[in-house]
Ligand binder design. Structure first.
Ligand code: FMN
Length: 490
């Protein structure tokens, strides 16, 4: 029997770049071509409306108004278990729940193997097909959408991967940060305080040096997936992506900034972020569902070079009121990462973690545990609230017993309503990590702090055994009656 060379050992399929990924998405019937849409609000609104549909397809926009045919934008890359599974080289047939469970199993393996998959340096790739340098740079030649009505400008980077290097350790980071187009050679670089790109930039600036930056604007959606979530500290996202693929990511050492850029990308822009120059950035319709960041001065990147494939495709991933273009990806991946972080922090018997789309995968976190000892629930709640995977811009962390399904909002609200006493069971973390995107912080603010409510919605440990019994048929009685009265319930 001849094996399909694109199949990985795990049953998923490997592919090289965004175009091969799109071909596979088309093969499973999940790609919709859209011709003639306007970059001004039509692409953004179609992406927004599409993301609200069940099992929505990916969209590929061509013949965009004012742009030559072939200059394309794709959105909705990771809106369901099939396309997210494909990007993560997992089977495409999983249900949502199965995908979360598969991720829970894979994450420790990916973390352990990341070191074995440093990126592979190559001389050339698809991204070297064209290069504009210096005065030839014109970012307006790419169809950057104006995504939402009240945005402060066109955002060329949404599903992008922003590549920086820690000047102290040499560690390379890939983060997905919004990139606003200021003019043909200048973009904004908004990375919230505490994000790795922000920390790298601050280190260069503290030395009085400009920070070198490369931004990939179209690539294997795997780089979007790993760039958009909290990969454990000290692990480079290229390595993590390599571990997911079971094969190193191909990069080119740029002769402009020296940064490793994805060889198989569609468009990569590069330049320097100067220490003392800022331009007004925003507002931008964000994942919280608001234009909360307002318009504030933010660092910029002076773009020195652009490399791009013939007929390049920009990978868009616009946020907005959830569900949105990235909320499926982030809630599934961040839930599994937080579950693993709790296990690694030594919290025993974690039975499930769910960070729902409505809470932007950050503001509403449910952790279910099998209570083993007094204080176990608070431990789980506070670790979930403050570990690397959960600390940024959270709000409510609800800890429930193991009989509560964290994915099921009815279950969670029932537990919250019947197993917690507000006076005793809500603790607060004050002056916690937030940002300008938090709609509850009036702007401008000297420091973007918010608070967390850690809600213990587990049965009180000290009288757990005497807690009123749940009034529902036991599984045995339910099964017996279901079998006997099948026709009533069918
Ligand atoms: C589409 C999209 C856009 C994002 N934009 C930003 C942004 O503008 N600034 C930011 O700090 N984080 C943004 N994020 C969240 C970061 O990508 C995320 O926190 C990631 O973990 C950052 O990487 P880092 O931990 O290496 O800094 C965005 C995420 C997505 C999915």
């Amino acid at each position: 029997m001849v094996e399909d060379a694109t199949k990985t050992k795990r049953g998923g399929r490997d592919y090289q770049d965004l175009r091969e990924w799109l071909a596979l998405v088309a093969e499973i019937g999940m790609l919709r071509a859209v011709r003639g849409a306007d970059w001004n609000l039509e692409i953004g609104t179609l992406a927004e409306l599409n993301a609200k549909r069940e099992r929505a397809p990916s969209l590929l926009f061509d013949e965009i108004k004012d742009y030559p045919p072939g200059y394309r934008v794709t959105t909705g890359a990771l809106l369901n278990a099939a396309t997210l599974g494909l990007a993560l080289r997992l089977p495409t047939e999983y249900s949502d729940r199965e995908l979360v469970e598969a991720l829970r199993e894979k994450i420790p393996e990916w973390e352990a193997k990341a070191e074995e998959y440093p990126p592979q340096f190559v001389e050339r790739g698809t991204v070297t097909e064209n290069m504009d340098v210096g005065k030839a740079v014109d970012l307006l030649k790419f169809p950057a959408p104006f995504w939402h009505e009240l945005d402060g400008g066109r955002y060329i980077g949404t599903g992008c991967a922003v590549i920086t290097r820690d000047p102290d350790t040499g560690l390379v980071n890939l983060g997905t940060y919004r990139i606003m187009l200021h003019d043909k050679t200048c973009v904004g670089f908004y990375a919230s305080p505490g994000k790795h790109g922000n920390i790298h930039r601050a280190k260069y600036h503290a030395r009085g040096e400009p920070c070198p930056v490369a931004i990939s604007l179209g690539h294997d959606p795997l780089l979007l997936a790993v760039g958009a979530v909290e990969i454990p500290l000290g692990v480079c996202e290229y390595n993590y992506a390599g571990a997911i693929r079971g094969k190193p990511m191909r990069v080119i050492k740029s002769d402009v900034t020296g940064l490793p850029i994805p060889a198989d990308a569609e468009v990569v822009i590069e330049g320097w972020c100067p220490p003392s120059e800022e331009r007004l950035e925003g507002p931008f319709g964000e994942w919280t569902g608001y234009y909360a960041g307002g318009r504030e001065p933010a660092p910029i990147i002076n773009v020195a070079a652009v490399r791009y494939r013939d007929s390049p495709i920009i990978l868009g991933c616009p946020p907005n009121r959830p569900p949105n273009d990235h909320s499926y990806l982030t809630c599934v991946f961040r839930s599994a990462l937080l579950h693993e972080a709790l296990v690694k922090a030594g919290v025993p018997d974690v039975r499930g973690v769910w960070r729902c789309e409505a809470g932007g995968s950050r503001l509403w976190v449910v952790v279910s545990i099998k209570q083993r000892y007094a204080g176990h629930a608070r431990q789980a709640g506070f670790v979930a609230a403050q570990c690397q995977q959960g600390a940024y811009l959270g709000r409510y962390i609800i800890v429930v017993d193991e009989d509560i399904d964290p994915f099921n909002m009815n279950d969670v609200i029932w537990a919250l309503s019947t197993r917690s006493d507000p006076e005793k069971d809500i603790d607060f973390v004050r002056r916690a990590w937030s940002s300008r995107l938090d709609p509850m912080i009036p702007k401008p603010a000297a420091g973007y702090f918010n608070s967390r409510a850690v809600i213990d919605a587990c049965r009180p440990f000290e009288w757990m055994r005497d807690f009123p019994k749940v009034s529902e048929a036991s599984p045995e009685v339910a099964q017996r009656v279901r079998e006997k009265w099948r026709e009533v319930l069918s």
